[in-house]
Design a protein around this ligand. Structure first.
Ligand SMILES: *[C@@H]1O[C@H](CO)[C@@H](O)[C@H](O)[C@H]1NC(C)=O
Ligand SMILES: *[C@@H]1O[C@H](CO)[C@@H](O)[C@H](O)[C@H]1NC(C)=O
Length: 819
């Protein structure tokens, strides 16, 4: 490792004042509106018909919660011991399991002197019902835990280990500090990976989150090896409002070590000091709004295949982003970022003369620089892009149509409706820390409206009444952990703010969601034409049984400003979990027996939503000993929205027709899209796409008519992305993976089912309908022949080799860029 790190070429000595004039080159946000007759799709759906016979809610006016100097934090003030507390319903009849844990009740002191690690670990581990009294080796979905850490400095002398299905939440009004003591034993302060439960497999380390915490390594000598946070974890994992403090320019400390795993978004972190801010070896990931100060290397991109760095600020660091020569990385996008008084923004190995795979392809866009150094350099220190104050768009890599480019300047003109202060709009997950507890309503504690969250009772009528009332009263709706069954649509009206507890579950079941030709939303956010606030966080949406007519989440609403309609750390799952019968009902190798849901998420034409860190997972395996998961969910994310959509770190996996369908969509930003095909599709499958579903033109479904009747089954596997018409689409970092093919019961994980070293899918993505202003950068595929079936030159991996073998990389896809 030392040979890579020892070459500290630039130590920042000069001070450059960062002024607002640095942010340039982009128009400011403009109000943008358009009406669209395509909301007719919604009007055909059953929810509307039923809704018009019997309105889902009375249209009450929308109010705002009242802010104050709020202390203590409302979350800790909820009823965590009485009947309204979080309840884990899949532990038999046991009611004593505590979801909520205040670390101080487990003996943590937080005085900066006492060793608190055992108390904090007990708060995380505690399970009164297991024989070992801890949450080791338990199922992912049955024993959730939210550990609340009040303000204070918590000294630890050894590693604090996270468990699966756990959220560690600090008080946002007084962020607690987890601090290594001077005699700290070991290397990692907080280990996000649950080795005790999940072994070494970072790629299946799901559902782990940390919020509002400071991690401090400054009492460990600066030349000793130390890591603030080990984060070799997977999807549905989340960081927000984290600060990491390390000794300035230390030679031994790393802020976040992502040594493996498959997470999709790492967001809102400030990192100070250290040798390496973040060491990333994740399959694919988006880093959003991370600041680095006084470190040696801000981001060491040491492995993985796709990375997007969005909204980074790198200040007074010797190096910005460095890809070591031996590091892979198909493509790296650095977007909307600022470099102040630091070394180069990016250092990489020039692979342009490599035979075959060409990796380390670089896309820079909207970069501001204050300082004297070259913007990009090679691993031999040669200048690849010289010093300048601003970079619009710069490409080093495969361009289609065209050839490999070594430093091509382009111009990207984002649609103004997507921008804020000249950058793509981003927003931090709300903490609602400005509200006291009287502004928050626990949905299980509303007199006259019985809500159970018990995984059995139909909570829809009561929840609909409560959400309508809370919107009218301007209250935040707190859903303590539970499995809230809904047998009809749950309507989220304008004026809603929903906070879950360690991924509270809202789950559809029943004949209301049974008709695949007339699908109905399980959760419907607003009606077409409505505007207002609907913010949802820490929730999991799912179906409790096979429900072919379920659109699990449908958004119709727009905000009056970006982020008013938003989703953070909120996921959609089908199967694989103890709370759904799909987990045991889909063992047949013929997936016609398991049309589990029509679609995961539908953003309709009238909607405008901000979505950060959402994983749409149709289970490929059971996390709960459910056996084979041969599940046919029809569709992943359907975007028909036109008014502004932000997808910040999303992934959709194992769906039949597509992971993403941008159907006549307009004004869409997507930073990192991660997909996997359904493992049961392809060679040897009993069903060929669109089967076992029908392509439904009402929902803009691709119908696979481009595959000849006698085409191989590899042609009839779900698309990672279908782009059909639309305009102003800005897509950065596509990680489109194909790992398996063939029916799982017979073949799953057998050697012939693995796509190792071979092509398994004919077309990974598709563009049709002449979209206008399609800006698509950093496209990565694995085991696909044609990367984008576009009816133009159909770029294939053979012409764009690179990335995850046998992989393809297109750094810039220009075909419809200025159409
Ligand atoms: C530990 O950190 C505190 C400040 O937070 C400092 O005063 C103290 O000297 C440090 N001790 C060691 C041994 O580094
Ligand atoms: C498939 O969809 C295309 C439009 O994309 C349409 O022209 C064609 O008729 C459809 N084919 C079938 C068999 O439905």
């Amino acid at each position: 490792m030392c040979s890579v790190f020892s070459n500290l070429t630039f130590l920042p000595l000069c001070l450059v004042i960062f002024s607002s004039s640095i942010v340039q080159g982009r128009p400011q946000e403009l109000p943008h509106d358009c009406n669209d007759a395509r909301s007719i799709i919604f009007q055909d759906s059953k929810a509307f018909d039923r809704g018009s016979q019997q309105p889902l809610v009375n249209p009450l006016p929308e109010a705002e919660p009242q802010a104050s100097t709020a202390a203590p934090y409302w979350l800790d003030q909820q009823d965590h011991t009485g009947p309204a507390r979080g309840y884990a319903p899949f532990l038999g009849s046991d009611f004593s399991y505590p979801v909520y844990r205040n670390a101080k009740r487990y003996g943590a002191v937080g005085d900066g002197r006492k060793d608190d690690v055992a108390a904090l670990q007990n708060a995380i581990n505690h399970d009164p019902n297991s024989q070992t009294h801890n949450r080791y080796q338990n199922e992912v979905s049955t024993r959730p835990a939210l550990v609340f850490v009040p303000g204070g400095t918590y000294m630890i002398k050894r590693t604090l280990d996270m468990r699966l299905n756990t959220i560690l939440v600090g008080d946002p009004n007084d962020r607690p500090v987890i601090k290594a003591s001077p005699d700290f034993q070991g290397e990692v302060l907080i280990q996000g990976q649950d080795f005790a439960t999940n072994g070494a497999a970072g790629t299946t380390n799901f559902f782990t989150a940390i919020k509002n915490i400071v991690i401090d390594t400054t009492n460990i000598s600066k030349d000793k090896k130390a890591t603030a946070l080990g984060w070799g974890i997977a999807q549905a994992c989340h960081l927000t409002n984290i600060k990491i403090v390390m000794p300035d320019f230390s030679s031994g400390h790393t802020g976040i070590d992502i040594n493996q795993g498959s997470t999709i978004a790492v967001s809102d972190i400030s990192i100070e000091g250290g040798f390496i801010g973040i060491n990333n070896n994740n399959q694919q990931v988006l880093f959003k709004d991370i600041s680095f100060k006084r470190c040696t290397t801000a981001l060491l991109q040491s492995g993985g295949w796709t990375a997007v760095v969005q909204g980074a600020t790198i200040e007074s660091c010797s190096k910005g982003v460095e890809i070591p020569s031996g590091g892979s990385v198909g493509s790296l996008v650095i977007l909307d970022s600022t470099l102040i008084n630091s070394g180069s923004m990016v250092k990489f190995r020039d692979s342009s003369r490599d035979n075959g795979d060409r990796n380390q392809q670089i896309i820079l866009e909207n970069i501001d620089i204050a300082g004297p150094n070259p913007v990009a350099i090679g691993d031999d220190e040669s200048v690849k892009l010289s010093n300048r104050k601003h970079v619009d768009t710069w490409i080093w890599g495969n361009v289609n149509p065209g050839t490999y480019q070594t430093g091509k300047m382009l111009t990207t003109q984002p649609s103004p409706s997507l921008l804020s202060n000249g950058r793509f709009f981003t927003m931090r997950q709300p903490t609602y820390q400005e509200y006291t507890k009287d502004q928050v309503v626990n949905v299980k504690a509303v007199r006259g409206h019985d809500v159970k969250g018990d995984g059995k009772s139909d909570d829809a009528p009561s929840l609909n009444a409560i959400l309508a009332q809370n919107a009218a009263d301007g209250k935040v709706s707190y859903f303590p952990y539970g499995v809230y069954i809904v047998k009809s649509t749950l309507f989220v009206p304008p004026g809603t703010r929903i906070v879950g507890e360690a991924w509270s579950v809202i789950s559809g079941i029943g004949s209301f969601f049974g008709d695949k030709d007339n699908p109905t939303p399980v959760v419907m956010v607003g009606k077409p034409g409505q505007t207002g606030v609907a913010q949802i966080q820490d929730i999991r949406f799912t179906v409790a049984d096979i429900t072919p007519g379920a659109i699990i989440l449908q958004v119709n609403m727009a905000g009056s400003k970006p982020g008013d309609v938003g989703f953070w750390n909120t996921h959609v799952t089908v199967g694989g979990m103890a709370d759904s019968n799909v987990n045991v009902a889909c063992g047949s190798p013929n997936t016609a027996a398991c049309l589990a849901a029509f679609a995961m998420v539908h953003l309709t034409s009238s909607s405008s939503a901000y979505i950060e860190n959402m994983w749409g997972w149709t289970a490929d395996h059971s996390l709960e000993r459910g056996g084979f998961q041969n599940i046919a969910t029809g569709r992943g994310l359907l975007v028909e929205a036109t008014k502004g959509t932000w997808l910040i770190g999303t992934g959709f996996e194992h769906n039949t027709l597509y992971a993403y369908n941008l159907h006549n969509a307009q004004n869409v930003y997507a930073g990192l899209q991660q997909t996997e095909t359904a493992y049961w599709q392809g060679e040897g499958s009993q069903q060929n796409a669109p089967n076992p579903w029908n392509a439904n033109p009402k929902y803009g479904d691709p119908n696979y008519s481009w595959c000849a009747k006698d085409s191989s089954q590899a042609c009839r596997m779900g698309l990672a992305q279908n782009i059909d018409g639309g305009s102003d689409l800005y897509l950065y970092g596509s990680a489109f993976w194909t790992f398996f093919h063939g029916e799982t019961q017979a073949r799953y994980d057998s050697p012939e089912s693995r796509c190792v070293g071979k092509i398994c899918i004919t077309n990974q993505a598709r563009v049709t309908g002449n979209p206008k202003n399609l800006y698509w950068y950093g496209i990565n595929t694995k085991s696909a022949d044609v990367m984008i079936l576009d009816g133009q030159d159909n770029p294939s991996r053979l012409n764009h080799p690179g990335g995850w073998p046998p992989g393809g990389v297109i750094a810039a896809y220009l075909t419809f860029q200025n159409a």
